[in-house]
Ligand binder design. Structure first.
Ligand code: HXC
Length: 273
């Protein structure tokens, strides 16, 4: 079921046809955060392709997102693993054939689990780095020629884990630090081509797999973390979607090479733990 609805357009902060004629290509688009990012862009006029490993989940999510706006085209391409650049390149071909172009890319596919260093095998570390970092590189690589034509924009989904040493997350922190470096370097290299590259770093976002794993509620329903966040609340996927709309909008046309932290100010107080 979709999180956003028409009220995002009618009562929201953005003009309805902001992304009319634009096409967004999203990895991990059937997951929580990237799905809501896609919903927002589609509600504001974009068409979309979402790719994922799970065929049924990806196609179902695409069909549901398409329902959000009359005339929207949202295609779900399952069976795509971001660890294979060829696999993404095939999805790019389908996107261009069906939707004609790619203006925006969200590299959001991610893998994660909790493990201490002692029990984290070399292969487990490699799996997460391959999905999160190599997968982001592969996504950028496979979509580059299309973004070049449209002078489009990349958005990498990062994290704040690597701003400090979060225990049991060293694999993800290492990968996301690399994602930030990738985005920053692309901003500099591709700026002269008119391509922008930014990252978004969500904090604790309710309703996500990451939240359930990293911040499970205690028996009283709280978990002691909320009070430590300066804004005194957890984030929502909509918060990430709003920042995404801004970063792809003309309002951010001079913004590249930034890492937009959307975490209620949490990382400034240090580790959550
Ligand atoms: C320790 C584990 C493990 C665990 C897997 N491994 N799960 N080690 N604890 N819980 C090890 C395996 O034993 C194996 O090592 C290696 O990892 C690869 O496992 P596979 O199952 O073969 O890998 P694969 O099928 O490619 O799966 C990738 C995955 C998996 C990352 C391990 O969890 C996955 O596909 N996740 C996708 C969905 C997901 O995680 N979503 C959450 C996103 S949330 P050995 O040595 O035995 O071969 C998120 C938020 C991040 O990313 C930011 C948080 C703030």
């Amino acid at each position: 079921m979709s999180t956003l609805d028409q009220s995002f357009v009618t009562n929201g902060s953005w003009k309805p046809d902001l992304f009319k004629g634009k096409v967004v290509f999203v990895t991990g688009g059937a997951g929580t955060i990237c799905r809501v990012q896609t919903e927002a862009l589609v509600l504001l006029g974009a068409n979309a392709v979402i790719i994922g490993r799970n065929v049924e989940k990806t196609e179902k999510a695409a069909a549901e997102i398409q329902q959000l706006r009359a005339g929207a085209k949202v295609i779900g391409i399952g069976g795509v693993d971001v660890r294979s650049v060829e696999s993404i390149a095939k999805a790019v071909e389908v996107t261009v054939k069906e939707l004609g172009r790619i203006d925006f890319v969200i590299a959001g596919a991610a893998g994660n689990f909790i493990s201490d260093f002692n029990h984290l095998s070399s292969n487990a570390f490699k799996s997460v780095v391959s999905i999160d970092l190599l997968g982001s590189y592969n996504t950028a690589k496979a979509t580059f020629q299309e973004l070049r034509k449209t002078k489009g924009a990349y958005l990498f989904v990062s994290a704040t884990l690597h701003y400090y040493g979060i225990p049991f997350q060293l694999h993800v922190g290492a990968a996301k630090a690399g994602v930030d470096a990738l985005s920053n370097a692309l901003a500099v290299e591709l700026g002269p081509l008119g391509i922008r590259s930014n990252a978004i770093a969500p904090g604790l976002i309710e309703g996500t797999e990451g939240f359930a794993r990293l911040a499970p509620p205690s028996e009283d329903g709280g978990n002691g973390l909320r009070d430590k966040i300066p804004l005194q609340k957890f984030g929502t996927s909509r918060d990430i979607a709003e920042a995404t709309v801004y970063l792809f909008s003309p309002a951010a046309s001079y913004v590249t090479g930034t890492i937009e932290v959307v975490d209620g100010g949490a990382w400034h107080i240090g580790s959550y733990m």
